[in-house]
Design a protein around this ligand. Structure first.
Ligand SMILES: [Zn+2]
Ligand SMILES: [Zn+2]
Length: 314
């Protein structure tokens, strides 16, 4: 976990020969810096997977995907919302845009095939020490289109799919975004469940988050701190709502009653910097897990906003 919280989210999941980045809410420069810190090579990433279009999950997406020249996986609803966010006055209808995208992709594929026949391509295009935030990219992109990506792949909540060796099961979450999802990743017999940015744990989410080796769960705010905290009333209402964020108390209630206690690691994530304290989140979760702690299970970790979590291996 490279970063977690309302100023940026990004996590690397790898297994077999595949490495994917889940969300890209850091700037490309910062993302690469943190990957190096965590002994990860950015150029080994195979794809980027997006949970929803909020800026703390997509802030560095376009630059990163172009720089690495890798595909981005979205739900169609999330992709559409992301495009609107970047180009609110777009003239083209979404359908027209899709058609144009497919044509361009086919053209690029044809060019790539030609290039491959002519011999190796210049690997130096992926050099990572150039000005990371610059929009002047080595990968050819229509200069004026902020939504241009090397490739877009769509998935649907409830329909598992594969990215290389990693099985991805997306599930719908309750959050104020167009089509937000969480994921269960399966690779080499290991199952990892990711559930952040959700107002409550619906029966479906609860059903997904079972039989896991790693549970990544939102523990966003302490209810008392939020109520007494600096946010305007309307924002407090939003955070507290069924499409807002999960409180320490709600996360703990799930850990106590809804969860099967099987995961080797439980990671608390997306902690608010204004309305939570790591110790409050930890104590609430520890109390809930108390009695369920058994050897080698439920090691509790807290994901941070400003530094990567140590890599976990199975
Ligand atoms: Zn978020
Ligand atoms: Zn969000």
């Amino acid at each position: 976990m490279l970063a977690s919280g309302s100023r940026g989210n990004a996590t690397v999941v790898s297994g077999g020969r595949t490495r994917i980045l889940v969300d890209c809410g850091l700037s490309c420069r910062e993302l690469f810096r943190r990957m190096k810190q965590a002994d990860e090579e950015p150029e080994t990433l195979d794809a980027i997977l997006i949970t929803h279009e909020h800026s703390d999950h997509v802030g560095g997406l376009a630059v990163t995907a172009r720089k690495l020249n890798i595909p981005v996986y979205f739900t169609e609803g999330t992709h559409r919302a992301w495009m609107r966010w970047l180009s609110p006055r777009r003239q083209m209808s979404y359908k027209q845009w899709l058609e144009q995208m497919r044509k361009q992709a086919a053209e690029r594929q044809a060019e790539a095939d030609d290039a491959a026949q002519e011999g190796e391509q210049d690997e130096s295009d992926l050099a990572l020490d150039s000005t990371a935030e610059s929009e002047e990219l080595a990968v050819p992109a229509p200069a004026k289109d902020p939504t241009w990506l090397p490739a877009v792949e769509f998935f649907t909540a409830g329909e598992p799919f594969e990215i290389g060796d990693i099985n991805v099961s997306p599930f719908t979450t309750s959050h104020d975004a167009a089509d937000p999802v969480g994921f269960v990743f399966g690779v080499e017999g290991v199952r990892m469940g990711f559930a952040t940015d959700l107002g409550y744990i619906s029966p479906n989410v609860k059903a997904q988050l079972q039989d896991l080796d790693l549970l990544l769960l939102e523990s966003n705010h302490d209810l008392e701190m939020l109520k007494d905290g600096p946010y305007p009333w309307a924002v407090k209402q939003r955070v507290l709502s069924r499409v807002g964020h999960l409180s320490n108390e709600a996360a703990a209630a799930f850990l106590e009653d809804g969860y099967d206690g099987q995961a080797a690691y439980v990671i608390l994530a997306h902690l608010s910097e204004s309305n939570n304290l790591p110790e409050l989140a930890r104590v609430a979760a520890e109390r809930a897990l108390n009695g369920r702690i058994r050897l080698l299970a439920n090691m509790l970790l807290l994901a941070a906003q400003n530094e990567p979590l140590s890599s976990l291996y199975f």
